[in-house]
Design a protein around this ligand. Structure first.
Ligand code: GUN
Length: 283
């Protein structure tokens, strides 16, 4: 049987470390780390994510400031809010929940965030720093993936890693992090030809295509480590629904370790956001 990588427990441990760091900062007379969370519109999934981010901040002692803007907010008004948050010394981290409504250019908004407060790691300066291995704030989900991998892999040097998915939020940054550890990294995506055979070579598979159960058991080399970033709600024949990842979870017994869905990568994302906020407040 493959080892299940317990994302909930690993995220809890990381959040405990973050809570201790916050308590130490306050004891040292430093400002309490502050995170501004901006939600434009009322996308139901975004509302859930933002609610979780705010409640987890409270648990570790981070001061959160929520800004909810109407779905028809003008881009200039959002940019004015970002400018005010950049200038506010009590705000150490700024997170603008994506996706944004169609009238707003997400790239322009992300560019406007002070890179030192960009706890999502999406600003071009932080993307550049990640690709040159020169520090900066690292996107939360890829950081969480690496922390999960670290629990089962000591030495990445020369391992074959296959990333499925080329998003700016997960696929590209996780590829950079694996490359930094000296893996041989292949970045694939939904249009990649011969994907099963490419995945079959991998010692590490990071599946982040948002395609439910795309990766079958016979694509996965015995002893590989599988990180499943996908989470999609699918309908069942009996009329109920269930959450599934990008990997066919019941076919992964021969893997060395796998992340469950839910309870694998998901909990790590918020825990890493909190850790990034403390990092931003300390630098
Ligand atoms: N929407 C989906 N994932 C993310 C994320 O990691 N950060 C932000 N800001 N929005 C998202």
């Amino acid at each position: 049987m493959a080892t299940l990588i317990d994302g909930k427990a690993i995220a809890r441990a990381l959040s405990n470390t973050t809570a201790q760091a916050v308590a130490q900062m306050v004891a040292d007379g430093l400002p309490t780390p502050g995170l501004a969370v901006v939600l434009v519109g009322n996308d139901p999934a975004s509302e859930v994510y933002v609610g979780r981010k705010i409640s987890q901040c409270a648990k570790v002692g981070i001061h959160s400031i929520e800004h909810r803007l109407a779905a028809d907010t003008a881009q200039d008004d959002l940019l004015a809010l970002i400018a005010a948050l950049n200038a506010d010394a009590t705000v150490h981290g700024i997170l603008v929940q994506l996706p944004l409504p169609a009238q707003i250019d997400a790239g322009k908004v992300l560019d406007a965030i002070d890179p030192a407060k960009d706890v999502d790691g999406f600003h071009p300066v932080n993307v550049g720093r990640l690709s040159t291995g020169t520090g900066g704030l690292v996107p939360c989900t890829p950081l969480g993936c690496m922390m999960l991998l670290d629990t089962v892999i000591d030495n990445y040097r020369g391992l074959d890693a296959v990333v499925i998915g080329k998003s700016n939020i997960v696929g590209k940054p996780v590829a950079m992090l694996l490359l930094e550890r000296e893996c041989t990294v292949t970045v694939t995506h939904i249009a990649t030809q011969g994907l099963p055979d490419i995945v079959r070579k991998a010692d590490i598979v990071v599946a982040a295509a948002g395609a439910p159960e795309l990766v079958k058991g016979d694509w996965v080399k015995p002893g590989a480590v599988v990180i499943d970033v996908g989470i999609t709600r699918v309908n069942q024949p009996d009329g109920t629904t269930r959450l599934v990842g990008d990997c066919a979870a019941h076919e992964m017994d021969h893997a060395r370790a796998v992340t469950p869905v839910p309870g694998g990568v998901g909990p790590m994302t918020i825990a890493c956001l909190l850790a990034n906020t403390v990092q931003a407040a300390q630098s």
